[in-house]
Design a protein. Structure first.
Lengths: 478, 465
């Protein structure tokens, strides 16, 4: 194919050529590998924070590199370089090639143009724009949090953005490139009232431009939310302990799905049969009210991608439909070895990392119950609306997620706020206890980062209000 | 399998010490009043063998340079920092100019600045941090190490059929630092680690995984693949047939590898960044009784050969030994230059510095001192209790001390470990938990930079059925 060289970041900035890409792929397959790909990445990032009402520091960074992968059966060889010269690229290709051991056998397919989608604004201008408007965002957050209540005694607000250029060329004919913006605004506060202290935090963003923070999702919105949480927590009572009815609010509590089912449905664990969900396709793993999808194609969302980090288009994948397990999230390697479709979920933290199946935006579809009816139906339980992180043991299926804003429900009414508590459950069982699903699906504000095998990638989650008839709440109270 | 040629950072001919000094000079010429440069280079090799076959081989190196500049009047500097992986002339020019431009928009801060010249330096003596042998093995032998560790695990019991593999990793790092107050230093560290991650399965289909590992600065100090595999098998098998227990309060015994995480919580509580903001429940508590009288916690970045050891910290101060808690009394916070100035104290040489960002707080080797009884004696005193071997999640609030985490382990009855327990939480408040450490065993071993002996805490709540 003719490379549109004038359009491509890596051709312009780093002197990469189509000829060099082909030579590297040839070298990568020279020892008999059956698939090879090159992943070029360059990132420019900015970070600004305000602390004690001072912009104490600001950071900018640039990094670039290329990761070269060779697959031979289910083996993977990987090498990377932060020097994009022909000599270093060829050397990395030679190193990765050695996962295989034999004569070259694989032809390199002619490159195909990847379908073009555009899920997010790509104005490189933002990353190069002066820091002044970004600085103004964090100062506004600081002022709004302090103005919320005199008991807010410490405020930290931060703005981070990055612009990532990627180019992927593979021996199977994949040739794709993308420019991915990512921005996030955070606000963390501490409240004090006499001897009582508490914390609150909020944030949001996505694959968005600076103008995103001028609408509903303003610095004031996040600052007031952080302050509200901290003030609320000043008078929180101990969380209850033990099994009980739990109502989860809409949006970020969808982290439940990410931990309880999402990770367990990543194809690599199922290919190796090490997931608690292995072999359960077609089986009932949730109540019939539960339908869960992973969708990488939502405009401007933090977990969205035009193409994944293997150059495959992203898609909407149904994981659970009316309670029945339907599918896994796959990358190229697992798709090939399992004889299933590649769902466009091959992702990696950076050029220094091997891609693997990862979630994008994972959420439960709305049901028919009103959120009010759901709360009203609970005699004694917990209503949890905000969470910190979660974690899952893929093999045993046990997962946790930690509530940072939750309330008691007593006789159908939301009453006292409770202190931080971890909720625990078993992935293949937990969603069987979903007895009501609200009509109020919401996605999170754009703050999620998922870790797997030491690799972090941005993700989204979402959920309507739901009721679980049983879940274990890890408090200290009665 | 052929032998790969390592892509080694050491082959790059640049003199990094000279480069760091040059970039400091450039920054001063570009208008900075003070500047600090850090360069990091690293090589890594990793191999994963699963079910006897090589699954992944990874081998590479990368490097980066970061600069931090201070502008304006020394009474209240403005500061900013930049980093890059581009060591070309244009890349370095952009790095320096970018930092100076960025600093112009930050706020004047009377506490910002480099350490006082008299405070900087490095500890002498052989720190035993760097061994070329971690990278010296041919690829075939590294693979063989991983294969043996996995094989030893899987051959231990017929219920161990599946596996997340055996892995061998090696890495070397080179750090170079220079600043405009005359500090220049560098050190290299090496690391290797070997692990086995078997999966056990019952006839009913319940699966459990666990792992064991050994890590060291030299191959010579790694445990044998066979001993690692055997221990991984033992740890995995004992989790089979786990069940839940009822919600109740019983003594909790933290196994050493889990007690480490509590020492990590102590690090966060003593972290100067959190102290001056009032974001730690230990703010304004110096000299107070914050833990049981049997608790002494020390940070020591000078211990030869250990994982948290370095000759100087992230700002060029010599590392040292700091007593955080002595016989239950809070003695010192862990501070860098900035947090020390905020608190009107002296830095404890605990600055941490990546390529990007301002220095944070990092621990050296952080540990709870041994008690006097054996772990067996500690257990023998527990009539009914929970021996925790795994914690899950992030449910620790350092502002309030509220603590609630997922847990798995073994039930204790009459001083003996009995059946496996899972899908429960343990909860309490760290302030109370530290005062309720009722026993500490004498089995302290450094398997990483943070270490603890077995310990017992009373008064926590288990949430389960």
């Amino acid at each position: 194919m003719n490379f549109p060289e004038h359009e491509l970041h890596f051709f312009q900035r780093f002197g990469l050529t189509g000829r060099l890409i082909e030579r590297c792929l040839g070298e990568a397959l020279s020892a008999g590998g059956d698939f090879a790909d090159l992943y070029f990445e360059s990132i420019a990032s900015t970070s600004i924070s305000v602390d004690e009402s001072l912009v104490k520091s600001a950071s900018q960074g640039v990094s670039a590199g290329c990761g070269i992968r060779v697959c031979s059966g289910d083996r993977t060889g990987y090498a990377y370089t932060d020097d994009l010269s022909a000599e270093r690229l060829m050397r990395a290709a030679r190193t990765a090639a050695l996962i295989a051991d034999g004569p070259s056998k694989q032809e390199i397919a002619g490159f195909r143009d990847a379908p073009k989608t555009s899920l997010y604004p790509i104005s490189a201008a933002d990353a190069d724009a002066g820091v002044a408007p970004k600085l103004e965002l964090v100062m506004r957050a600081d002022r709004a949090a302090r103005a919320y209540d005199p008991r807010i005694v410490q405020v930290r607000a931060g703005y981070n953005d990055e612009l990532r250029h990627i180019l992927i060329a593979a021996s199977d004919g994949t040739f794709a490139h993308d420019t991915q913006p990512l921005a996030r605004l955070n606000c963390y506060v501490i409240a004090r009232d006499g001897a009582k202290n508490s914390r609150g935090g909020s944030g949001g963003g996505g694959r968005v431009e600076l103008s995103f923070f001028e609408g509903d999702k303003s610095p004031e919105h996040f600052a007031r939310e952080a302050a509200r949480q901290a003030i609320l927590q000043l008078n929180a009572v101990p969380a209850p302990a033990g099994d009980m009815e739990v109502v989860l609010g809409p949006g970020w509590p969808g982290v439940l799905l990410h931990e309880a089912v999402g990770h367990g449905l990543e194809a690599d664990f199922n290919r190796k049969k090490t997931s608690a969900f292995s072999g359960l396709i077609g089986q009932k793993v949730a109540s019939s009210k539960v339908t869960v999808v992973d969708n990488g194609t939502m405009p401007s969302r933090r977990g969205s991608l035009n193409v994944d980090d293997e150059g495959s288009p992203t898609q909407e994948t149904v994981l659970i439909e009316n309670g029945i397990l339907k599918g896994y999230l796959s990358d190229k390697l697992s798709a090939r070895l399992m004889g299933m479709a590649d769902t466009g979920n091959g992702r990696r933290e950076s050029y220094q990392h091997i891609p693997m199946p990862r979630m994008t935006n994972t959420y439960m579809l709305s049901g028919e119950d009103s959120p009010e009816d759901i709360v009203r139906s609970v005699k004694r339980g917990l209503y949890a609306v905000n969470f910190g992180g979660g974690q899952v043991d893929i093999t045993s299926g046990k997962f946790v997620f930690s509530a940072s804003e939750a309330y008691l429900i007593e006789d159908g009414k939301i009453t006292a706020p409770v202190r931080d508590a971890t909720l625990i459950g078993n992935g293949p069982e937990a969603l069987k206890y979903v007895s009501m699903v609200g009509n109020d699906l919401a996605l999170d504000e754009g703050i999620g980062t998922c870790g797997k095998d030491g690799q972090s990638v941005p993700v989204g989650v979402g959920m309507p209000t739901i009721k679980l008839d049983r879940m274990t709440v890890g408090g200290t109270g009665r | 399998m052929s032998t790969a040629t390592p892509i080694s950072g050491t082959e790059r001919k640049l003199d990094m010490q000279q480069l760091a000094a040059d970039v400091v000079e450039r920054a001063l010429r570009a208008g900075a009043k003070e500047a600090e440069v850090v360069i990091r280079e690293g090589d890594e090799f990793s191999t994963l063998v699963r079910l006897g076959q090589v699954e992944t081989l990874k081998e590479s190196g990368a490097r980066g340079i970061g600069v931090r500049v201070f502008l304006g009047a020394s009474e209240a500097y403005r500061t900013a920092n930049t980093s890059t992986s581009d060591f070309s002339e244009a890349g370095l020019a952009h790095l320096v100019q970018g930092a100076v431009d960025l600093a112009k928009v930050t706020s004047e801060d009377p506490f910002a600045g480099l350490p006082e010249p008299g405070a900087m330096g490095q500890i002498g003596g052989e720190l035993d941090l760097y061994y070329e042998d971690v990278y010296g093995l041919p690829a075939s032998q590294r693979i063989e190490y991983a294969r043996r560790a996995e094989a030893a695990a899987l051959s231990a019991d017929p219920r161990l059929k599946k596996s997340d593999g055996g892995s061998f990793d090696a890495a070397t790092g080179h750090k170079v630092m220079a600043n405009s107050r005359g500090f220049a230093g560098e050190y290299r560290r090496s690391y290797c680690s070997l692990s086995a991650m078997p999966i056990a399965e019952t006839e009913q289909g319940g699966m459990q995984r666990d792992y064991w590992f050994s890590s060291a600065r030299t191959l010579a100090r790694l445990d044998s693949p066979e001993s690692i595999g055997a221990e991984a098998a033992r740890r995995t098998l004992r989790r089979l047939n786990a069940r839940r227990v009822a919600t109740q309060r019983v003594p909790i015994v933290f196994a050493p590898e889990i007690a480490r995480s509590l020492i990590g919580n102590i690090f966060e509580a003593a972290n100067g960044d959190s102290i001056y903001r009032g974001a730690s429940f230990w703010a304004n508590q110096l000299g107070q009784q914050v833990a049981s009288p049997n608790v002494t916690v020390i940070d020591d970045g000078t211990l030869p050969g250990l994982f948290g050891t370095a000759p100087f910290d992230g700002e060029g101060l010599p590392t040292r030994r700091t007593v955080i808690v002595e016989n239950g009394v809070l003695k010192n916070y862990l501070l860098n230059t900035y947090t020390a100035r905020k608190l009107n104290m002296q830095s404890t040489g605990n600055a941490s510095r990546g390529l990007a960002g301002t220095p944070g707080i990092g621990a050296g080797n952080l540990f709870l001192e041994n008690g006097t009884i054996t772990p067996q004696q500690l257990l023998a005193d527990v009539k009914v209790g929970f021996y925790v071997t795994e914690l899950m999640g992030f449910g620790v609030n350092m502002v309030t001390g509220d603590y609630s985490r997922g847990a798995a382990g073994l039930w204790i009855e009459n001083g003996e470990l009995t059946f496996a327990v899972e899908e429960v939480t343990i909860a309490g408040n760290l302030k109370e938990m530290l005062n309720n450490i009722t026993a500490i065993a004498n089995d302290l071993v450094f398997r990483g930079a943070v270490a603890s002996p077995t310990l017992r805490i009373d008064g926590m709540t288990i949430a389960g059925e």
